[in-house]
Design a protein around this ligand. Structure first.
Ligand SMILES: *Cc1c(COP(=O)(O)O)cnc(C)c1O
Length: 375
């Protein structure tokens, strides 16, 4: 089935009091309510492989849901479609290797109050919901994501605010989840305004994939609300240039116009974006849309995600083919979030060849050697 047919079929299936099908399609709440989340439904739109069918009935797999919008980007005939692979499970999700973890980044160990992860000196991660618009099959926080159990209540938030007040060194709060932009404007504003009241909190960041899964959520009223809490930064999870549609471009422009600084975070995924060509295309496309490529993550060893992991050597090779070849601003930092809770560690091609006394031998992006002598 073609993209437009998916759009047609899904909209026809749901009655409502909308002026037009387009209006319904562009209502983010309608998109959430009408997510595709069963084997039966998805098989109406996508010619599933045996592995995908098996993946969909695995009981231990992560929650499954796709917004109609994101579904419309899937190639129904190509099991290698980069969009499809990110959101339709396969039987590989039932595989656990010896070095897979339930909590790969050991976030629970560094959680002083429920929902808060405090690992670095000046910033914290705040998990406000375990819901997402669509569930990424490579999710690192799959131990909690999609369980519909965790949502930041006002009681919990009170404890978080007390912790932030007692720890004035924290100047940057990353609101994440799940996906915080699946919350209503009211709930989100309640959280942001509480954070803003702590005088030592200088910056709020939002970690989200909603601009990609649900671009219609980035409404004028949402950005008007967010803008009140500037400086607001947003880290957007983007993995493939195909994700950057006309709707996404509009959403990204709206964020940039509101003065919200955006960065992209990409997970290196085998068979999806693990070539220098795919990554270059993505980074350039991201930059063109006023989003700064921020990180490329080595895929975390979460249980059931081993099939997505590209080798670290591949990752290093990819970034060595970006640096120098495209705008510096378009080059993200490749990091490994160290299993066990070590935090993000940058992994870089080796540019320092040797240091002898005051003489440094360096390698440029074309593999040519140069000397720098400290005087
Ligand atoms: C990633 C992360 C941060 C933010 O790190 P930056 O390098 O500043 O983007 C903060 N806290 C935790 C626990 C994290 O995992």
């Amino acid at each position: 089935m073609k993209k437009n047919e998916v759009e047609k079929e899904v909209t026809v299936a749901c009655a409502g009091s909308y002026k037009s099908k387009k209006a319904r399609w562009n209502d983010w709440k309608w998109q959430i309510k009408n997510r595709i989340n069963t084997l039966e439904e998805i098989s109406k739109y996508v010619h599933l492989t045996k592995e995908e069918k098996k993946g969909l009935v695995l009981t231990e797999r992560l929650a499954f849901a796709i917004t109609p919008y994101f579904l419309s980007l899937i190639d129904p005939f190509d099991p290698n479609c980069p969009i499809r692979k990110q959101c339709i499970p396969t039987s590989n999700e039932g595989v656990a290797t010896e070095f897979d973890y339930n909590d790969p980044c050991a976030e629970e160990k560094d959680s002083p109050v429920p929902g808060l992860v405090h690992r670095y000196p000046d910033r914290v991660l705040l998990l406000v919901t375990d819901e997402c618009a669509t569930y990424c099959r490579h999710c690192t926080r799959r131990r909690t994501t999609g369980h519909a159990k965790h949502v930041m209540t006002s009681k919990m938030l009170e404890k978080v605010i007390k912790y932030l007040t007692d720890n004035p060194a924290i100047r940057d709060v990353i609101v994440s989840g799940g996906d915080p932009l699946t919350l209503s404007d009211e709930k989100l504003e309640m959280i942001l305004s509480s954070l803003k009241k702590v005088p030592t909190v200088e910056v709020i960041r939002i970690g989200t994939r909603v601009p990609i899964f649900l671009p219609m959520r980035i409404s004028e009223s949402l950005v008007t609300m967010l803008k009140k809490y500037n400086p607001v930064w947003m880290s957007i999870h983007i993995n493939h240039s195909k994700e950057i549609t006309a709707d996404v471009k509009k959403a990204l422009a709206r964020l940039a116009d509101a003065g919200i600084v955006t960065g992209s975070q990409t997970v290196l995924l085998k068979g999806i974006n693990d070539t220098s060509e795919a990554m270059k295309k993505l980074c350039l496309e991201v930059m063109k849309n006023r989003v700064r490529p921020y990180y490329i993550y080595q895929c975390d060893p979460a249980i059931g995600t081993s099939h997505f992991r590209a080798s670290i050597e591949k990752g290093i090779d990819i970034v060595s083919k970006l640096r120098g070849f495209i705008s510096g601003y378009a080059v993200p930092t490749y990091v490994i979030d160290a299993p066990g809770g070590g935090g993000k560690i940058p992994i870089s091609p080796k540019y320092v060849v040797e240091k002898q006394g005051k003489k440094w031998t360096l390698k440029n992006f074309r593999d040519k050697h140069y000397e720098y002598i400290e005087t």
